[in-house]
Write a protein that binds this ligand. Structure first.
Ligand SMILES: [Zn+2]
Length: 234
């Protein structure tokens, strides 16, 4: 594995128990340029061909999550390992199979090493829904869940959930619901990507991570899937 030591990191103020998946760049050069320009970083970068590059040692706090919230905690750089995957559509179209294989191997190693629970494996959009669209609607969460990476759901379990309040269910899963349309979009990107409009203009997408006109509550599947995911995390 190639190692490049980025200096955009400092000491952690917490134990590692989360993985955060990102996509910010088309290729390795573009990613490194973005890191240097914004003075940010991640622990790992997965190139378009699946090559894994280490950027920051795991014990250091990389600067990847920014203002973030998940399951009652903020400042998630303290607790997480950040993994960037290159994509020239910002995850609007499928990732390369070699990238996903590399990601699965990396996640399995980190999950074992730090005892990371599936519910603590998230995308950047899950933990910063008003600011970030990555890793995008084409990121294969269902496929990864079959490899034990992240939580998926069984639709039949929706019937066991009495709660019908969308904000409460999203909060129960872990989302910051202070901006409800943003949290709903983040949830759909992950669990109901077919509902999310494709935005092929990735610069527009970066500036506007969610469309406040998008209303998944009109779709009858939305509440069912929301309940089923909440049940899977209960
Ligand atoms: Zn990101």
């Amino acid at each position: 594995m190639q190692r490049l030591e980025l200096s955009y990191c400092d000491e952690r103020a917490g134990e590692i128990d989360m993985l955060v998946i990102h996509c910010l760049a088309f290729d390795v050069d573009d990613a490194l340029k973005s890191f240097h320009e914004a003075k940010v970083s991640a622990h790992y970068l997965i190139a378009p061909n699946g090559r894994l590059i280490s950027l920051v040692p795991e014990h250091k706090r990389a600067w990847h999550a920014g203002k973030s919230f998940w399951r009652g905690r903020e400042g998630l750089n303290n607790f997480s390992i950040g993994i960037e995957i290159c994509s020239n559509t910002l995850g609007q179209e499928a990732y390369d199979k070699r990238q996903i294989s590399a990601l699965i191997r990396l996640c399995h190693r980190l999950m074992r090493k730090y005892h990371i629970k599936p519910e603590n494996i998230v995308g950047h959009s899950d933990i910063a829904p008003t600011r970030k669209p990555d890793p995008g609607k084409a990121f294969p969460w269902a496929y990864l869940a079959r490899h034990g990476i992240g939580k998926w759901y069984r639709l039949k379990n929706a019937a066991r959930v009495e709660e019908n309040d969308v904000a409460k269910l999203l909060a129960q899963i872990g989302y910051d619901t202070s901006d409800l349309p943003a949290a709903e979009t983040a949830f759909c990107r992950r669990y109901l990507p077919q509902l999310v409009p494709t935005d092929c203009d990735i610069y527009h997408l970066l500036e506007n991570p969610f469309d406040s006109q998008f209303n998944p509550q009109k779709d009858e599947m939305f509440l069912q899937v929301l309940k089923a995911v909440a049940q899977s995390l209960a």
